[in-house]
Design a binder for this molecule. Structure first.
Ligand code: LLP
Length: 424
């Protein structure tokens, strides 16, 4: 079996029961399916292979902000993926996982000096430049290091894409990318820069983009811009068409990949450039669950609360984006059902995973899986309320391994310092 499945009224990931994982490693714990991640990568790759000519196959740069555990990175590196990074830390992770630096692209609006220098040193494929001051900064650092920096400019198409306003990135008012006019200025500036090699454009309009139409709306601006840049003598040999591919949280109708691939073939391929894509959530989102134990059932006059040991610090998406995550009992009791609000122990009302969910009648000690938690789950977790970061387990068929042990309380406290002037 691939991914989350049910056998003998119990939830499994691949062939390993979640009950067994809870027993062995405790809760809250993230559990991921390696085979699911592999299958996602291969699905995207084969849709592209079918629709696009051989010499225009995209480089799939996994956006590792979605889940940057080294084991997940290694898994995707084994598949041949490239990597999209947004920080020095993610660069370090990518190199540690063995990614070819020529398959790494660096994005983000606030690239810092050390981050730029380390990426140049490593010899990454390109910087996706988000402002003209950033271009100047990269030139300065590259010149000091006597290295050439390959850059593409991120175009802001002024199109709204994405499932929630906090993750839509392509509108004029968003901090991302630069206008058409500034792209031209950037290419012009780059011509006079000794250590910059400008080779193309990038675009990423948001996350959870469900229709080819939304992509089309933004990307149909490209052919005209590419032609105009070339007419001015600029090189446009690379187009990075970003990520944003959706997954199922509830009952969403997913993007039709074959239609998307056909569209890429119709609009992007004729521009005769190398193509890069930056899928994040799609690769890992549905691969993982957050496994929790019910601490208490609290029945009030109005509500039935299931109080879990997992909380908003472990999975912040419901609190931050009002995101829906499907929630299931790990062992189906066969009893009747009841309506619950499912909450964590953190001292905020916002620490609510879901309200009014129907679940089998539940007791303290039962296990609860919060689904579709493989992307932006652990990677956004924090130590709020001095709660240790959860453990992470990777399952692959019959095998499983800890890919990050639960943080200890000693580790949580280790870096705090009481200064001498308070030691009275
Ligand atoms: N490329 C760039 C430049 C990005 O900013 C992002 C995501 C991606 C690629 C990958 O997008 P994806 O394929 O995963 O949709 N924390 C939020 C999502 C934030 C996405 C940020 N950028 C959430 O939990 O929904």
């Amino acid at each position: 079996m691939i991914g989350l499945n049910e056998k003998d009224s119990q939830l499994y990931i691949d062939n390993v029961s979640l009950g067994k994982i809870a027993e062995e490693f405790g809760t809250p714990t993230y559990v991921y399916s390696a085979s699911h991640i592999r299958a996602q990568y291969q699905k995207l790759q084969s849709s592209m292979a079918k629709a696009l000519p051989k010499n225009r196959q995209p480089l799939l740069c996994y956006a590792c902000k979605a889940n940057s555990n080294l084991a997940i990175l290694k898994l995707l590196q084994n598949e041949g993926a490239g990597l999209e990074i947004v920080s020095e830390g993610e660069l370090m992770r990518g190199l540690a996982a063995g990614f070819d630096p020529q398959k790494i692209v660096s994005t983000g609006v606030g690239k810092q000096a050390s981050e730029i220098a380390n990426a140049l040193e490593a010899g990454i494929r390109q910087f996706n430049v988000e402002s003209l001051p950033e271009l100047e900064h990269i030139q300065q650092i590259a010149a000091a290091m006597n290295q050439s920096a390959t850059v593409v400019f991120r175009l802001n198409p002024d199109v709204s894409g994405g499932g929630h306003h906090k993750i839509s990135t392509g509108r004029k008012r968003d901090k991302f990318g630069i206008s058409r006019e500034q792209v031209f200025k950037g290419f012009q500036m780059a011509k006079d820069m000794s250590h910059i090699h400008a080779v193309g454009l990038s675009m990423h309009i948001g996350s959870q983009v469900f229709t080819v139409e939304t992509f089309r709306h933004a990307f149909e601006k490209l052919p005209e811009i590419v032609a105009a840049l070339r007419a001015e003598g600029h090189t446009v040999s690379r187009l990075d068409i970003g990520g944003g591919f959706p997954i199922v949280y509830k009952d969403e109708k997913l993007l039709d990949f074959d239609a998307y691939a056909t569209w890429v073939n119709d609009i992007i391929v004729p521009l005769e450039t190398d193509i890069i894509m930056e899928p994040g959530r799609y690769m890992v989102g549905n691969s993982g669950i957050l496994l929790n134990e019910v601490l208490y059932i609290k029945e009030t006059a109005d509500r039935n609360f299931l109080i879990l040991d997992g909380a908003m610090n472990d999975l912040i998406r419901p609190t931050l984006y009002e995101a829906y995550h499907d929630i299931e009992a790990v062992r189906k009791s066969g009893k009747g059902t009841k309506t619950y609000d499912i909450v964590g122990p953190v001292c905020e009302t916002g620490d609510t995973f879901a309200t009014d969910r129907e679940l089998p009648e539940t007791q303290a000690g039962d296990l609860i899986a919060i689904k579709s938690a493989g992307a932006y789950g652990f990677s956004m977790a924090s130590n709020y309320n001095t709660r240790p970061l959860p453990a992470e387990i990777l399952v692959d068929g019959d095998e499983y391994a800890v890919i990050r042990p639960r943080q200890t309380l000693e580790e949580c406290l280790r870096n705090d310092i009481i200064p001498e002037f308070l030691q009275k």
